[in-house]
Design a protein around this ligand. Structure first.
Ligand SMILES: Nc1ncnc2c1ncn2[C@@H]1O[C@H](COP(=O)(O)OP(=O)(O)OP(=O)(O)O)[C@@H](O)[C@H]1O
Length: 923
């Protein structure tokens, strides 16, 4: 079935024209009453609507639609072009709209591939293979002149000023000019790493925020990337007057407070994004979201997290609210399948602004990865050159030579293990000539100082490598250490980073040369998508004019590596049926809780919204899975059923129970639900609150218990030194010092699986407890990690996971009145854990970019809160705080100011929302 671009465009034009006309008549007939309660000022606001100017007229000035006449001075500033003087009459506006929507022919898009899987405006329909195909698109959407893709020219200025971007790449322009994209259809686009995909998403986001006045959800895969994106968008938010909110780790309010004056970009991890969508569906506010952007869409095939992402998309497809979905990826092979699932237009290309040359190194020779003339399939090495210098025992891969060749340009070296990263960093620093230390000597000394102060310590390996401009980077380092190293590398103080594969996906650090030391990640052979992620870090526009990647191969790995390269990228398959269909079970429970899946008659349309269905098409077997799940949810009392007979057919109606709602709200796995409930019930009848040890042991997530191997010696020693109050907690869990001694000495190793879980739970509880007690000292995390025989980064990740689980338990217990004490006791635990600092630092740690060491220095100088901090000028603060440079001081003060302004605005918005509810109730 061919997708009629022209035909559908006409329909969209008519629809859109109607929308614009409606909004125009609203504008002209009732200037003060807008649809949507957030802009309805018919409700009096005694506290805010005083004075000559009311809040909503301010809002109108801030959000100007270029297609609508407006006489405010701000419009003239934002749209200096002829548009600002367009007539306000409805007919003229309709003509203007016609002009905006008119498509014109364009030359062939030979290097791009466009297809459409589904027209978003069409009714929900079964996604079948023949719904999509590739077409040569011959029409483009033309944006009004004097605008930047429909946006005010200030947006263009912002990109120039903050990113140095003068002009869009040809593909970016073509993608944004697709009529379907401009009309709000779903979109998937796939280009190589560094192709500039994010910019397209950002322009689409700004169009929603500034032209359609909708909020946007931007889903990114990792906490670090979310935080980086928040930092990147803050200057835009300030200049263009929108809000940016972080939804990662313990941050992000559910449901979000509705803002009156601004629209918001919620930047979220997959899990938080899903929770945000749930919360908005629950309060009937999903329509405040106009667009959901998903970066690294291939994550959909990535196990449990992939299943959460798929569930999130399914909810958006299955609700009646229309939200535009945009997904991007560099490594998706079954794009058509995913596009069919997401009912999305597809745009693919091979553009890379900076050339990437890919090599392999075998022995002393470098080969280009290529296709020799006449070769019909696969790739093969083409000899390029020999590396000068002999192989030696210390540096058998000639890494020192490979790094020196590009020095002082940047180089990333991917290693298969964390230990290997440290060893390679040390080896290279020893192999370089002493003179290498003289480059950027002062800056490197300052960086070392920064690690000591802000990240609370300097590890012996980094102490040796940093003077040479080399660092290692992996999950064993604390978040603060990683941040300092990343900043050092981005600013050019460091030129070499040895890292594990997580850096390729989790941090945006480009390099002139990327070296992959072995084609392995841990024990596993490298996959094509991991290779592409790593190699793709080489060469970024603005950084260098070309990039190179070199994979070091041993002869035994050569054939296997070349075969990986010649295969297509990994296929993304649905993960809903993994782990005994747990994700599918959670999704169904969630849909019932959200009242989207109400009865057995909704099953079929729901299934057709799943990736499972797009990939499998076997509705009968999927229905069977659903029915099994419904039965198991009923027998575990998470839902209840009511049967009805309609026209001779039996219909089952689904109803969520209290515990079911708790499980859904707390994002608890259904299989864990009864054990979580029981453990809270048991704990409640014996709560020990004379210290935090009991509560901390209660909130340890089951998933952690399965992955931790205790250091039995440390465990034994710790338990032997417990205070009487702490011993009472150990007794509650039946922790025996004799058993611990047996494990430690290797004599008594027998233990049931259940007992082992209890012992590990208490062990993790002790780790967290020790950390909170040690947090009064600067190096708490270092001391506790070494005491428990783990890395400080790992300890932080244990804290992070426990924090997330504790937040889940708070939501779980909120729905269960019988577990009321936890609703009150857990939030302070989450807060303490999330920063792992003593109470007196908590307020300062809320400032974005604040590191623990710096917060301690500030408190010692009498600055205890963001409010105290904003009293200072950058130069005074710099004089007061040792090793804080004026620039850094200025940044901290600015962050504190933004935080306070944000909090004040939030309070205002909350008050307004409350007043609005009161006044509605009175009517
Ligand atoms: N039109 C442009 N002109 C100049 N630089 C650009 C342009 N578009 C993007 N860039 C820059 O190119 C770099 C890579 O862009 P971006 O991060 O968007 O790529 P990507 O395709 O999203 O890569 P990845 O798959 O690694 O996330 C960034 O530094 C970005 O600012």
């Amino acid at each position: 079935m061919y997708y009629e671009y022209g035909g559908s465009l006409k329909r969209q034009q008519r629809k859109r024209r109607k929308r614009f006309s409606d909004s125009l008549s609203d504008e002209t007939t009732n200037k003060t009453t807008h649809s949507g309660s957030d802009t309805d000022i018919s409700v009096p606001d005694p506290s805010l609507a005083t004075g000559s100017c009311n809040i909503d007229s301010e809002r109108e000035e801030e959000h100007i639609d270029p297609t609508v006449s407006c006489s405010t001075p701000l419009r003239d500033i934002l749209f200096p072009s002829d548009l600002s003087s367009s007539s306000s009459s409805k007919d003229d506006n309709e003509n203007e709209i016609d002009k905006l929507l008119e498509g014109v022919n364009m030359s062939e898009l030979s290097s791009f591939n466009l297809s459409s899987a589904h027209n978003k405006s069409a009714d929900k329909m079964a996604a079948t293979e023949d719904n999509h195909f590739t077409v040569q698109e011959d029409r483009v959407h033309v944006y009004p002149s004097g605008t930047f893709y429909g946006l005010p020219l200030t947006v263009q200025e912002c990109f120039k000023k903050n990113r140095g971007i003068e002009q869009l790449y040809d593909w970016q322009n073509k993608c944004l000019s697709l009529p379907g994209v401009a009309a709000g259809n779903n979109l998937i686009y796939s280009l190589p790493t560094s192709g500039g995909k994010t910019l397209v998403a950002e322009i689409l986001i700004l169009q929603q925020i500034m032209l359609k006045y909708k909020d946007v959800l931007f889903i990114l895969p990792y906490v670090s990337i979310v935080q980086e994106k928040v930092r990147e968008l803050l200057p835009f938010a300030e200049e263009l007057s929108f809000a940016v909110e972080e939804y990662a780790s313990s941050k992000g309010r559910l449901p979000p407070v509705r803002k009156r004056k601004k629209n918001t970009i919620f930047i979220a991890t997959i899990e938080k994004g899903n929770a945000l969508i749930n919360s908005l569906i629950e309060i009937n506010r999903l329509d405040s979201i106009g667009l959901v952007v998903i970066d690294e869409l291939h994550m959909i095939g990535g196990g449990q997290r992939g299943a959460v992402l798929e569930s999130c998309i399914i909810k958006l497809l299955f609700t009646s609210v229309s939200v535009q979905l945009v997904g991007m990826s560099a490594t998706l092979s079954n794009l058509h399948e995913i596009a069919s699932f997401m009912r999305a237009e597809l745009f693919t290309g091979n553009f890379r602004p900076v050339e990437l040359n890919e090599y392999i190194k075998l022995g002393q020779s470098i080969y280009s990865i290529g296709r020799r003339e006449g070769l019909t399939s696969g790739v093969e090495p083409i000899f390029k050159r020999r590396i000068v210098g002999s192989l030696n025992k210390v540096d058998p891969d000639q890494l020192v030579g490979l790094v020196s060749e590009v020095s002082p340009s940047s180089c990333l070296i991917f290693c298969s293990t964390k230990k290997n990263c440290e060893n390679v960093a040390l080896m290279i620093s020893k192999g370089l000539p002493k003179s290498a230390k003289s480059t950027k000597e002062k800056e490197r000394r300052m960086l070392i100082q920064q690690l000591r102060i802000e990240a609370a310590g300097l590890c012996p390996v980094l102490a040796q490598t940093l003077p040479y401009g080399i660092a290692y980077h992996h999950s064993g380092l604390t978040g603060d250490e990683r941040k300092v190293i990343e900043e050092g590398y981005t600013s050019g103080i460091l030129s070499v980073i040895t890292c594990t594969s997580t850096l390729a996906a989790g941090v945006n650090l480009p390099a002139r040369r990327v070296i992959i030391r072995q084609p392995y990640i841990g024990q596993d052979f490298i996959s094509l998508s991991s290779y592409k992620q790593m190699a793709g870090r080489a060469g970024r526009s603005g950084l260098c004019d070309k990039g190179e990647s070199i994979v070091i191969l041993q002869p035994k790995d050569e054939a296997r590596f070349l075969s990986v390269l010649s295969k297509p990228c990994d296929k993304c398959t649905s993960c809903l049926l993994l782990d005994n269909q747990q994700p599918f079970t959670s999704l169904i429970l969630s849909l019932i809780a959200l009242k989207i899946l109400k009865s057995s008659s909704d099953i079929s349309p729901f299934l057709q919204c799943t990736l499972l269905f797009s990939q499998d098409h076997d509705e009968a077997s999927l229905k069977k899975h659903c029915n099994d799940i419904i039965s198991s949810l009923t027998s575990s009392e998470l839902i209840s059923l009511r049967e009805e007979e309609r026209e001779g057919e039996k219909i089952q109606h689904y109803e969520i129970t209290n515990i079911g709602r708790g499980v859904h709200k707390g994002c608890i796995t259904v299989s864990d639900s009864s054990s979580v409930y029981k453990s809270l019930q048991t704990a409640q009848s014996n709560l020990i609150l004379t210290n935090d040890l009991h509560l901390l042991t209660v909130v340890v997530p089951n998933s952690l218990i399965q992955s931790i191997k205790p250091d039995w010696k440390a465990y034994f020693e710790k338990v032997s030194r417990l205070s009487p109050d702490e011993e009472r907690v150990a007794d509650l869990y039946n922790i025996s010092i004799g058993v611990l001694a047996g494990r430690y000495t290797g004599r008594n190793t027998k233990m049931t699986e259940g007992d082992m879980c209890v012992y590990i739970r208490f062990y993790v509880g002790l780790m967290l407890y020790s950390l909170l007690r040690a947090s009064v000292s600067t190096d708490g995390v270092w001391v506790v990690a070494s005491r428990f025989g783990c890395s400080r980064g790992y300890l932080q990740s244990v804290v992070q996971q426990t924090c997330s689980h504790s937040s889940c338990l708070v939501h779980f217990t909120e729905e269960l009145p019988e577990l009321w004490p936890f609703k009150l006791l857990l939030p302070p635990i989450v807060q303490k854990l999330s920063y792992s600092v003593s109470y007196n630092l908590l307020s300062l740690m809320e400032i974005p970019g604040m590191k623990q060491g710096r917060a301690r220095q500030l408190v010692q100088a009498g600055i205890r809160s963001p409010l105290d901090l904003v009293e200072y000028s950058p130069s005074d603060l710099s004089k007061l705080i040792e090793h804080l440079y004026v620039g850094q001081a200025g940044k901290l003060i600015k962050s504190a100011q933004s935080l306070l302004a944000e909090k004040a605005e939030l309070l205002e918005d909350e008050a307004y929302e409350l007043l609005q509810k009161i006044s509605l109730n009175k009517r």
